[in-house]
Design a binder for this molecule. Structure first.
Ligand code: ATP
Length: 445
């Protein structure tokens, strides 16, 4: 399938089935801001729940945190974001569009007569690159003056660093240990796009692991292995995932080593998560800017040191898009195209559809009873409208792994059919065994 076509199809399916809508659509939309509909919010919540379970609940050495979006402005000076969180941008004087200076579509050198604007095609109209800060600014309190400027956080990590001692002092943790957080981040991205791949408001799932200097490289490798395993565990195709190591020119100023987990999207291999060895840069800077000691005292060894940090940083929206792109397929079934989102059942937003075959002979009542029995246990969807084949197709598009149909035999034999999304085969299952039959199949791996 052509690349663009697949993305266009995903965007349209996402809207049709209620995964993702354009923000403020009735007003023409807001650039690169998206809203999650009923199915999208479930899918993204499953991503976040799976991450939280793997990172916090399943481990003894990680604590959770939920820090505020607004932070003291000094945080962003200490972190380097005020001075350095910038993209070099060029403007076209002709059409007024703005681009990142490394935009591959630009021909020639911006600022020189040979440079050509990728939008209007004019030559020599692109300015020299200028630095543009990606942080959103706002004002706190009643006065709009410089002193009251605060930023919407561009990453969640800083909330973890400034709370590292609070967590240490209030929990039983000792280095090595980690703090995990899921939350919104904001970046005034200049070349956003590709649907929910790069947006201006997004959610990050970040974990900072504090280790003794000298053990950082070993922990870094462990975290790389665990994070890749996690991406496999949510059902992504392993052959479409790979590591990209940051070379010397790419490495952020704070990092000793950085690897990205990349996924092969229809628009090419792109980062979905970063694993970084941030050294003692962050705690060192906060120590310097706040004047507060950030050292760790190791009682057993009677020594003090600034811990090194191994960070894992993934985007919840980007992983959600990855799941959708990975799951999308079209099949030819008896001359018709069947569109399927083949999600792993553990991550699928709805686990089962419940249908009466026809709207008579007591079937709706039986189906309704089954629906209400299952609903407290996992997400199910009741549908009695239209031909049964169309109802199956709607559930295929929603990525629902099973469909339960009440038919003529249900009343007498107390059984229903259970149709599997991928094989499209049906099995007869006793009504009182339905939950026991489905639960192991829809459990997260
Ligand atoms: P990119 O090079 O794609 O801009 P980055 O290297 O700036 O990403 P990080 O700062 O390492 O990204 O952020 C960690 C993760 O947060 C990314 O792997 C991605 O999943 C997510 N993320 C970052 N920026 C955005 C964005 N604008 N929209 C959606 N997700 C994002």
């Amino acid at each position: 399938m052509a690349e663009n076509t697949l993305m266009e199809k995903l965007v349209s399916l996402a809207k049709r089935r209620g995964f993702v809508f354009q923000s403020s659509e009735i007003y023409g939309g807001l650039g690169s801001v998206w809203d999650y509909g009923p199915l999208g919010v479930e899918l993204k919540k499953n991503v976040k729940d799976r991450w939280w379970r793997a990172m916090v609940h399943a481990r003894d050495d990680i604590e959770g945190l939920d820090a505020a979006i607004l932070m003291h402005p000094k945080v962003w000076e200490a972190s380097g974001h005020v001075a350095g969180f910038t993209d070099p941008l060029v403007d076209c004087k002709q059409c007024k569009n703005r681009f990142r200076s490394d935009d591959k579509r630009i021909k020639g050198t911006p600022g020189q007569p040979d440079a050509q604007c990728p939008v209007c095609g004019s030559k020599g109209t692109l300015t020299e690159p200028r630095l543009f800060n990606l942080m959103f600014k706002t004002f706190m309190g009643p006065v709009e003056e410089h002193a009251s400027v605060v930023y919407l956080r561009p990453e969640t990590a800083q909330g973890i660093y400034v709370n590292y001692q609070n967590v240490l002092n209030s929990s039983r943790q000792r280095v090595p240990f980690g703090i995990a957080q899921i939350g919104k981040a904001f970046r005034n991205e200049i070349t956003p796009g590709n649907f929910i791949f790069r947006t201006r408001e997004f959610e990050q799932m970040e974990m900072q692991f504090f280790v003794k200097p000298g053990t950082d490289e070993e922990w870094f490798e462990k975290w790389r292995a665990w994070r890749m395993e996690w991406h496999h565990s949510i059902g992504l195709t392993p052959a479409k995932l790979r590591w990209h190591a940051h070379g010397p020119g790419e490495l952020a100023h704070y990092a000793k080593a950085a690897y990205d987990v990349e996924y092969e999207f229809p628009f090419g291999w792109q980062e979905i998560e970063g694993v970084h060895n941030r050294t003692d840069f962050d705690l060192g800077r906060h120590q310097e800017y706040s004047g507060k000691k950030m050292e760790y005292f190791d009682q057993a060894a009677n020594e003090r040191y600034l811990p090194y940090i191994v960070e894992t940083s993934a985007g919840a929206d980007r992983v959600t898009l990855t799941l959708m792109a990975d799951a999308y397929r079209e099949e030819n079934v008896e001359g018709e195209t069947r569109v399927v989102l083949g999600f792993d059942p553990g991550i699928a937003p709805i686990k089962a559809g419940v249908f009466p075959l026809v709207k008579k002979d007591g079937m709706p009542e039986l189906a309704d009873r089954i629906y209400h029995d299952l609903k407290p246990q996992f997400p199910v969807f009741y549908d009695d409208s239209g031909a049964i084949g169309r109802r199956y197709r709607r559930m295929d598009e929603a990525g629902t792994p099973f469909c339960i149909t009440v038919d003529g035999e249900t009343q007498t034999a107390q059984t229903v059919t259970v149709r599997a999304r991928d094989s499209m085969t049906q099995e007869r299952v006793a009504v009182d065994q339905l939950a026991a039959y489905l639960l192991p199949k829809i459990r997260a791996r």
